[in-house]
Ligand binder design. Sequence first.
Ligand code: HEM
Length: 213
Amino acid sequence: MRMTRRTVLLGAAASGAACVTSGAATQPTSAGFVRATFVGGAAGAWRVVSQRAVIGEGLAAVPFLDRLEGPTFEAQAPGQWRLVGVRSNERYSTRAEHDALASVQAGLGRSDATRACLIPMSKSAAWWALSQDERRELFETKSHHVGVGARYLPAVARRLYHGRDLGAEFDFLTWFEFAPQDEPRFDSLLDELRATEEWKFVSREVELRLSRG
Ligand code: HEM
């Protein structure tokens, strides 16, 4: 792995776990584009508390995980798996929804948010065959994704990365941070979203629960 300052700070993953190749190759910098690499392996800032396949195929079990953001993707070392995505523009939120969420949501990295969850997921060909207005209708009018999610702010902090246009292993990498006492609320958020029309179009979903500190 190329050693960046971030890698050193967050903990470089070492060899040891089963190796699975995931995602696209390391790419050159392009200004303003934030690339995220999730590295599962024998070391990392987050300890994996549990890991399971929710829909479809899972990922090789790993004891630790790092979430690394920067202008380039991190390279993969032997014994690790790697998932990649990018921060991107919003597709579905209205201005009013965006502003309402922005007024209450918390940022990542809060000192008391010592629990996290990584949910890599993909949607089916049927979802991607829909037009934008049909997807928005499923996402919010029928499933209330934003309306449901808003009730869990600011306890749950979140970040969404897109992988589909990179040809990555997952269409989305979703990341959540919360305090230990809010984990039951996070469970309830997942229950609500997984019962929606939107989730009928989820073709693969993996859940990793994490802890630090
Ligand atoms: C914490 C509460 C949550 C809030 C406030 C929230 C809010 C949002 C918003 C506003 C978007 C639309 C972004 C856009 O306009 O493109 C979005 C997209 C998305 N969210 Fe959530 N969300 C929450 C929880 C979750 C959870 C728990 C999951 C996974 C289990 C999840 C998975 C996704 C995915 C995959 C997308 C992209 C959907 C697509 O583009 O088809 N969200 N979320």
